[in-house]
Design a protein around this ligand. Structure first.
Ligand code: C5P
Length: 233
């Protein structure tokens, strides 16, 4: 096939339902999935395991460059992530891991180190890219750009439900504080701050079910992309 594989970017803050939507879209279209947040989470975890300060930009960037990571789809489409051969899928999902990720994500050298690795995911038949800067920085020429938002209290509630289902106990109040802190860092950082691309389609998911969000995204995809008939409904 000629040319670049198509990309749908899905950006927005934590707890808006991006992860679920992206997995749904990737399964429905039979496309690859890039969980870019996992790369920042893995970088932070690898740095912490080497007892590095998360503020040591050159050292953390070196970790990002050499990150020995393997993504593989297990049963039921569940993504397995191995860091230096060790399964860390659950370890990187905790709130502290998310917070550590947002600290290293503010470092420009770390973002630069992960840029090409993310672009390499763009392969046929297509890519669903989940993150904060997919439509603005990593894939500025994406075929379709979606940006999800939701009220912070609702996002804390959703995150709480998700963490409880994974048997991680965090109080709702603590989550609301952490979400506010992480939002502030992601929105106000100088390097690739969290914001919608000028040509993104924005959706406030606060009053919506995940099924409604998927339906909305599917409508956008059908309008914008040539979807093979076997994937149409
Ligand atoms: O999406 P997830 O919660 O896994 O992301 C963890 C952190 O990684 C975010 O809070 C953000 O600071 C950072 N991130 C980023 N750019 C991305 C994806 C994630 O800065 N494309």
């Amino acid at each position: 096939m000629n040319g670049m594989a198509p990309v749908i970017t899905v950006d927005g803050p934590g707890g808006v339902g991006k992860g679920t939507l992206c997995q749904w879209l990737a399964t429905r279209l039979g496309w690859r999935l890039l969980d870019s947040g996992a790369l920042y989470r893995l970088t932070a975890l690898a740095a912490q395991r080497r007892n590095l300060s998360l503020h040591d930009e050159p050292q953390v960037a070196a970790i990002a460059t050499g990150l020995d990571v393997e993504f593989s789809a297990g049963e039921n489409g569940i993504l397995h992530i191995r860091l230096e051969g060790e399964e860390v899928s659950a370890a990187i999902r905790s709130e502290p891991a998310g917070n550590a990720a947002s600290q290293v994500a503010a470092l420009p050298q770390v973002r630069a180190a992960l840029l090409q690795r993310q672009r390499d995911f763009r392969q046929w038949p297509g890519l669903i890219a989940d993150g904060r800067d997919m439509g603005t920085v990593v894939f500025p020429n994406a075929e379709l750009k979606l940006f999800l938002t939701a009220d912070p209290v609702e996002r804390a509630r959703r995150r709480h439900k998700q963490l409880s289902e994974n048997k991680m106990n965090v109080s709702l109040a603590a989550l609301e504080r952490e979400i506010a802190e992480r939002d502030a860092r992601d929105v106000h950082r100088a390097a690739a701050p969290l914001m919608p691309a000028a040509d993104a389609n924005i959706l406030d998911t606060t009053p919506m079910s995940i099924a409604q969000v998927c339906e909305w995204a599917w409508r956008q995809a059908r309008q914008r992309l040539e979807i093979p008939t076997q994937h149409r409904d």
